[in-house]
Write a protein that binds this ligand. Structure first.
Ligand SMILES: Nc1ncnc2c1ncn2[C@@H]1O[C@H](COP(=O)(O)OP(=O)(O)OP(=O)(O)O)[C@@H](O)[C@H]1O
Length: 801
């Protein structure tokens, strides 16, 4: 492979030295302080003395159910151990044969280099020297290759080459998440293509008519919060979190928001938009009538983690007031949220799906008294995935409310905004739309078409040699992030993963580990791309270029926040050139760099990746089997619970659900307009309808998880596969355990009152299937016995979707 296959770095040596230096982190922190942009208005010093973060997970943890989700790190550790043992054995065999010793030594070196041993350190230092050499010879390569920043000229760029579909975002369980499909293709968003075109006169005219005139905005400038006429408790709250001077967006937003104006606010990532809307909200709430408790403020965020962060910031800023807040996000206890909502907290911070659930199903909660509605990351919320949910929420809030929208990539497209029914909003665009932080250095690594399979090797080279800590790495899919987590683990790299295939507990745990420096890398999907404020992230790596430029800006905006320095490294394929061009155009050339990963280094890591491929597969398989067992066990528990408490469960009013996008599409497809749909439940009593509806939900969920478990159990018991014996033993042991539990339950006569349909699985087959048939038989028996509900039982679980 030629060196120019991976083009790199016109890094000035100082920067690379900083990145590679393992020496005293204190020195580095000090240097970071000195490098703060003098033009930036933050009082960074005071923020830094405040501690690790303005926000934490306290509220979310209080609402979290603990569950056993298995531990991928344990499986990886087992695999590493097995590998190390196999290697030792091989070395011993080879030594006794007296051949091939050289190769084994090399392999040993790699594993020790990544496990932090003394030899490893030596190895790392050697490799740093390699890097320096590459940098010195780099400029020449760039000139030859002509790739990247300045070189990606229009001439080279066949237009329309990258026409792909808009990024597909799928709903998670609660329909409130910024989740991504496992396979997504993407293209430039409409907004991006518009960017290059001149705004038409008509559009300008529409904007003039839609937004409040610019001269309506106060001209007064505020150097400090103290000059903003804020009340004492609010000023104390600001001082408490170390905010003394307002940032530009805060200085502009707060006075206008206090006047009750609708606002569309945009400012670069990390510029303090959260406090820009929270401070005026708190100030206004201080003067709320105390005689009647009501929820007056609603803040919507596209992801759970972001809502948790905003909630935490609000609580901290309101430390010296009596205001109450409720966090309503998916993945956390509905019951706790219901209880809190009953108390009518002053402000609710929510993800849309969970909020709609509460509007529909939580008695005593309503949005009738909402006076202020805020949408954080508003451009994301206005996208298709959230549009209907938003419509539903807006329909449920009073028209007289004040509405504020914020994002680093805030749209001022009138058509998008119209559905928010804003009242002559003020447009506050602090920075040029679609630009990255001025403290961010953006690097690009070229991946040629035929080198696409080398992406993992390039990434391993980057994180092993240069970006060794405080690095967040973005992937397009959950599966890719997860596989890389395994590969990192097998290489001894300390990483946590964050994506929608994890439980909420696992997601927060990953964030916490990364925030506290217990892991060096966070492997994430776009779930983590917007809004998250984790102090001290040094580098953002894009394993793939995201599909939209806005998404790119949000991802790289996780670093270089609040006036600090940061670096992004993006692996750019041939299809990503358009976005690369946008990135280059939108930032000064001093912020754009090329990074070369030397071909021999990539070769070395490619060999490692190839070598570990089978192990990655084996870990995935083992994980799948363990999950299947856990699910089967969970289903049994759930069924026991349902049987024990059925009367009480069915006496409750059924929850109603807001259709997800997927449901809607399905329904539209299935609907035949010439034939009115037959209502299977017509003519039934209300109680019967409810009961049937609940059963439908339970059946669908039970069958889905159970058939997954069965498929997996069946697969594992197939003979003649690698690890077959061990894995099927594992599954059988698990199933035996479940069977024993079922037997015990039978003995306790728990199935006596089964009076509803609860198919665990098809009957007459082995493993989990046999278990299912036992349950079915039992059901028939108990059906004959008739219905003798146990009344007054304490309910442990509820039928929820
Ligand atoms: N007035 C201030 N003085 C000092 N630090 C501040 C001030 N306002 C905000 N910060 C800090 O700046 C950082 C970024 O703030 P915030 O998360 O609100 O940015 P943002 O503009 O919402 O970013 P994003 O677009 O990524 O969501 C936070 O760590 C916050 O604590």
């Amino acid at each position: 492979m030629a060196v120019d296959d991976f083009v790199m770095t016109i890094d000035d040596e100082e920067v690379v030295e900083t990145q590679d230096e393992d020496t005293a982190p204190q020195t580095k922190r000090k240097r970071g302080d000195e490098e703060l942009n003098p033009a930036f208005t933050f009082n960074v010093g005071s923020v830094m003395t405040h501690g690790n973060s303005v926000w934490d997970f306290t509220a979310a943890k209080d609402m979290m159910k603990k569950s056993d989700q298995g531990d991928i790190d344990e499986i990886i550790a087992r695999k590493r151990k097995a590998r190390a043992q196999a290697m030792v054995k091989k070395v011993m065999d080879v030594e006794s044969d007296g051949e091939g010793v050289k190769d084994m030594d090399e392999e040993d070196e790699f594993y020790s280099a990544n496990s932090g041993s003394d030899e490893g350190e030596e190895q790392e230092n050697e490799d740093e020297d390699d890097d320096e050499e590459v940098i010195a010879s780099d400029d020449e390569d760039l000139a030859v290759d002509g790739f990247g920043g300045g070189a990606a000229s229009d001439d080279e760029e066949p237009d329309g080459e990258d026409a792909e579909e808009k990024e597909a975002m799928s709903d998670s369980g609660d329909g409130d998440e910024d989740e991504e499909d496992d396979e997504v293709d993407g293209a430039m968003s409409d907004d991006q293509s518009e960017e290059s075109e001149e705004e038409t006169e008509l559009e300008k005219e529409r904007k003039r008519a839609y937004f409040a005139p610019e001269d309506d905005q106060p001209t007064e400038t505020h150097e400090s919060f103290a000059s903003m006429n804020l009340s004492r408790p609010i000023l104390k709250g600001l001082a408490h979190v170390g905010f003394i001077q307002p940032t530009a967006i805060q200085a502009k937003t707060i006075p206008l928001a206090l006047l009750g104006k609708d606002i569309c606010g945009g400012a670069v990532t990390g510029s303090g938009k959260t406090a820009a809307f929270i401070v005026p909200i708190l100030e206004r709430l201080l003067y709320r009538p105390r005689s009647t408790a009501a929820t007056r403020v609603l803040i919507l965020c596209p992801t759970r983690e972001l809502a948790i962060q905003v909630h935490s910031v609000a609580v901290k800023l309101a430390s010296f007031t009596d205001m109450t807040f409720c966090l309503c996000v998916g993945g956390l206890s509905l019951k706790v949220q219901e209880q809190e909502l009953k108390q009518r907290p002053d402000a609710v911070i929510a993800t849309p799906g969970r909020l709609i659930d509460h509007i529909r199903n939580s008695s005593g909660f309503s949005t009738d008294h909402i006076e202020i509605l805020v949408m954080d990351e508003a451009d994301r919320m206005l996208e298709d995935g959230f549009a209907d949910e938003l419509g539903e929420i807006i329909k449920n809030t009073p028209k007289s409310r004040q509405t504020m929208l914020f994002s680093a990539t805030m749209t001022d497209n009138v058509d998008s905004l119209i559905r928010m029914s804003l009242n002559r909003p003020v447009r506050l665009m602090i920075d040029k739309v679609s630009q990255a932080s001025s403290k961010l250095v953006q690097e690009f690594v070229r991946i040629r078409q035929h080198r696409e399979p080398d992406r993992p090797a390039v990434l391993l080279a980057l994180v092993t040699k240069t970006f060794k800590k405080r690095t967040i790495i973005f992937f397009r899919s959950k599966a890719a992030a997860h596989q890389m987590k395994i590969l990192f683990g097998l290489c001894g790299l300390n990483a946590a993963e964050l994506h929608g295939n994890l439980t909420q507990e696992q997601r927060l745990d990953a964030l916490e580990k990364f925030r506290d420096g217990n892991v060096d890398f966070l492997l994430a999907t776009d779930l983590a791309s917007r809004g998250l404020d984790i102090k001290g992230i040094e580098t953002v790596i894009n394993f793939n270029m995201p599909q939209q430029f806005a998404q790119y800006l949000h991802r790289v905006g996780r670093t270089a926040r609040a006036g600090r320095n940061g670096r992004s490294v993006t692996l750019v394929g041939e299809a990503d050139r358009k976005l690369l061009k946008l990135a280059v155009k939108s930032s000064p050339s001093s912020q754009i760099k090329h990074r070369l990963v030397p071909a021999d280094l990539i070769g070395k890591f490619r060999a490692k990746v190839d070598d570990l491929t089978e192990d990655v597969k084996a870990v995935l398989q083992e994980e799948k089997e363990e999950r299947a067992l856990r699910q089967a066990e969970m289903e049994v528990k759930k069924s026991e619970n349902m049987m024990e408490h059925q009367d009480e469960i069915f006496s409750r009013p059924a929850r109603t659900w807001f259709q997800s996008e997927k449901d809607k599409k399905k329904a539209a497809k299935a609907a035949d307009p010439s034939k009115p749909a037959r209502d299977k439940m017509s003519g039934l009593s209300r109680a019967k309808r409810r009961r049937l509806e609940s059963l439908k939900d339970i059946d669908a969920e039970t069958q889905a998880t159970q058939s997954k478990a069965i498929r997996s159990a069946k697969k594992s018991s197939l003979p003649a596969k690698l690890n077959a014996t061990k894995n099927s033993d594992l599954v059988n042991a698990g199933l035996k355990h479940i069977r024993e539990k079922m037997e015990k339950a039978k003995k306790r006569n728990k199935f006596k009152n089964v009076g509803f349909k609860m198919d665990l699985a098809d009957s007459g087959k082995s493993g989990a299937v046999g278990l299912a048939s036992k349950v079915n038989k039992q059901k028939k028996v108990s059906g004959k016995q008739g219905k003798q509900g146990k009344k007054g039982n304490k309910v442990k679980g509820r039928a929820r979707r």
